[in-house]
Ligand binder design. Structure first.
Ligand SMILES: C[S@@+](CC[C@H](N)C(=O)[O-])C[C@H]1O[C@@H](n2cnc3c(N)ncnc32)[C@H](O)[C@@H]1O
Length: 233
């Protein structure tokens, strides 16, 4: 698939956790997408649950971190650069963000990053059980209206799916700047019988999660950021 083949939105499905949105790409992002997608990219299969073998994406076997909704990719790139012994698979639906991450991958010479385009939930359903060392869900769309809560990525059925793909002891790390969502996340994660909170309540802000533009904007707007870190039993 080339950059110009990318559809603006994913095909319709009843409930999606993301806003369909278009976005302009810079010339640099377009070039990065054209050049790097064939090497570092993966299309999430159209049929949810189609097996995806991450071992085929990376030239080595290493613990794998899945970053859901990587946005512009700054966090993925920074964390992967600081953590060379693990591989990072970012999944995003927003093409300019995917292209930006590919550009960062090239600029920083990151051999341990691959980028999937499509719905993270479809991708995860195709991964084998216990195939992930960690799942990162940083600043997921908060869907603040009650009638939209069904779109939230952190909800019981999704959490059960994510947990099943973690190795025992693997971590599910979430961060949000939306206080009510943070409480809802905690309630949902606490209720999952296969997860245990790695901290007593909300986690102290981990130094290894870089501060992104997104987080700075939230802090400037007076929305404190909350981390939640759980381990699979
Ligand atoms: C609010 S942004 C946060 C981006 C990034 N994590 C950050 O911290 O800057 C949420 C992102 O999640 C993506 N997203 C939401 N649901 C998704 C899904 N099911 N699969 C892939 N990406 C998703 C959206 O496209 C959006 O880019």
């Amino acid at each position: 698939m080339t950059a110009t083949d990318f559809p603006a939105t994913a095909p319709a499905r009843s409930v999606r956790t993301f806003h369909p949105r278009r976005g302009r790409m810079t010339a640099r992002q377009t070039a990065a997408l054209e050049r790097l997608w064939p090497v570092h990219g993966l299309d999430v299969p159209d049929v949810p649950g189609t097996p995806v073998d991450p071992a085929r994406l990376f030239p080595r076997r290493a613990p794998l971190v899945l970053e859901i909704g990587s946005g512009m990719g700054d966090t993925t790139a920074a964390m992967a650069a600081a953590d060379p012994d693990r591989d990072y698979l970012a999944v995003e639906v927003h093409t300019p963000g995917i292209a930006n991450l590919l550009d960062l991958v090239e600029r920083h010479g990151l051999g341990n990053v691959r980028v999937a385009r499509g719905d993270a939930l479809d991708l995860v359903s195709g991964l084998a059980e216990a195939s992930l060392d960690a799942v990162h869900v940083f600043f997921p769309d908060p869907w603040p209206k009650s009638r939209h809560h069904k779109r939230r990525i952190i909800q019981p059925a999704h959490v059960a799916l994510l947990r099943s793909r973690l190795v025992p002891g693997g971590t599910l790390h979430c961060a949000t700047d939306w206080a009510e969502y943070a409480d809802a996340m905690r309630e949902t994660l606490d209720a999952d019988p296969g997860l245990v909170n790695a901290h007593d309540g909300f986690a102290p802000r981990p130094a290894h999660r870089p501060v992104t533009k997104f987080e700075r904007r939230a802090l400037t707007a007076g929305r404190p950021v909350t981390d939640l870190i759980y381990r699979r039993r």
